[in-house]
Design a protein around this ligand. Structure first.
Ligand code: COA
Length: 395
């Protein structure tokens, strides 16, 4: 049975901040961010956007009557959860008008959660092939202002429909997993910004990749020479180069044959969006599918997912014939090209201001041009609404 990604969509906030300007504020050489970290812009959510609106915006274009009727599970993965108890996916399920006999659950493991979601989706489809699973990775990456992590912030969501006989990517059965209890990045309850030991997180990421690769090979996975592309979790896009250096050390001949082009196309979206935690790997995958000028039909892609704390997983997929007909690349290009650049003050107010205060009742200003917006809280109950855009898309 062939199971995999049948459709995939991206959503990013409509505003961004340039890292060149952040470097100026920090009084450092912009080349450190542009080249050393490999980031140009960070996506900045408006006060009426959050992980729910990003998730719903990413999934909406994937839905028609048939897919709405066949989605039996929604798995939303996030590091930036909005409630200690209720799954954020329930708001998304409601905004998208999905059927009531559907299970909805939230997955958490730093940046790794969506990969667990994808594997669970694969198993569910194997069990019940007439049903589909909607997996959404959605996050706002937020570090303390003026910290080393600030340049690696970002926001965005990727929605994927997992189904039998997928139209885009067939997932392979082989899995390489590696878990290690380590404090390289974490966010204690009541903190809105993550704590991170950046250098340690890079070390553990690379160790996790080495071990997950070995585990994948031991599980019967493809050799590096059978792969055409590699997509890595990219908290900042330079990380893909660091990850590739693991293969240069352990599989030098195959890595040399692949060269930098194995991962360079997968870096394009990440450079313009920034870290999106759970969504970052899938943004790398979309970047490759949307921007490659080669015909990818039948080509194998290796993927490495990493979530600090830590869990790593290596898996692979083959691009399905006819995938181009189902690409959303034009819509994604339009979305990125139509964004508005923010100055430092506005970025700072939106990322670090008290836009979502810890009080029972507040409302947010109307800013977003997306299909859904976060309106604030009433008695601590989060309020979401459809905008004119979603009504237009539905008609
Ligand atoms: N021109 C070009 N490159 C420059 C430069 C300049 N003027 N100045 C510095 N660099 C390079 C450095 O050589 C380094 O490259 P390398 O890693 O290939 O050696 C890179 O820029 C980063 O410099 P560094 O001094 O290590 O940055 P930092 O101490 O500010 O920390 C992170 C960088 C990524 C650790 C930090 O941003 C962070 O903690 N991020 C959040 C956590 C994270 O993303 N972890 C990843 C794994 S999950």
């Amino acid at each position: 049975m062939k199971i995999g990604i049948d459709d995939i969509g991206l959503s990013v906030p409509q505003h961004f901040f340039a890292l060149e300007e952040l470097a100026e504020r920090h009084g450092i050489d912009p080349q450190k961010y542009l080249v050393g970290i490999g980031q140009e812009f960070m996506a900045v959510p408006a006060p009426d956007e959050d992980i729910v609106t990003l998730a719903a915006n990413a999934a909406l274009p994937l839905l028609d009557d048939a897919s709405r009727a066949s989605i039996a599970t929604v798995i939303l993965a996030t590091e930036s959860g909005i409630d200690q108890s209720k799954a954020a996916g329930l708001f998304v399920h409601s905004l998208l008008g999905l059927r009531a006999d559907c299970r909805v659950v939230e997955f958490k493991q730093a940046c790794y959660g969506a990969t667990a979601g994808l594997q669970m989706a694969r198993a569910l489809v194997a069990q019940r092939p007439h049903e589909k699973v909607l997996v959404i990775a959605t996050d706002i990456a937020r570090y303390e202002q003026n910290s080393e992590g600030e340049c690696t912030q970002g926001a965005g969501a990727v929605a994927m429909i997992v189904a039998e006989n997928p139209r885009l990517l067939e997932l392979h059965p082989h899995q390489g997993r590696y878990s290690l209890d380590v404090s390289d990045f974490w966010r204690p309850n009541l903190r809105s910004t993550a704590l991170v030991d950046g250098k340690l997180s890079i070390e553990v990421y690379l160790e996790s990749l080495r071990n997950a690769w070995q585990s994948y090979r031991a599980d019967g996975g493809l050799g590096l020479e059978d792969m055409s592309f590699l997509c890595f979790h990219q908290p900042f896009t330079k990380m893909a180069k660091k990850a590739f250096s693991v293969f240069e050390a352990i599989e030098p001949e195959a890595a040399k044959a692949l060269g930098e082009k194995a991962y360079s196309t997968s870096q394009l979206y990440g450079k313009a969006i920034g870290n999106c935690y759970t969504a970052s790997l899938y943004i790398a995958l979309l970047s490759l599918l949307d921007n490659s000028d080669e015909d990818l039909t039948g080509r194998n892609i290796g993927l490495f997912s990493y979530g600090s704390g830590s869990v790593g997983e290596f898996f692979s997929a083959t691009v399905v014939p006819g995938y181009q007909a189902h690409s959303r690349r034009k819509a994604h290009a339009r979305m990125l090209a139509s964004r508005t650049r923010l100055g430092h003050e506005q970025y700072s107010n939106w990322f670090y201001g008290d836009n979502h205060p810890a009080v029972a009742d507040y409302s947010t200003p109307y800013v977003t041009g997306g299909a859904f917006r976060y309106g604030g809280c009433e008695g601590y109950r989060r309020q979401y609404e459809s905008t004119a855009l979603s009504l237009k898309m539905a008609s």
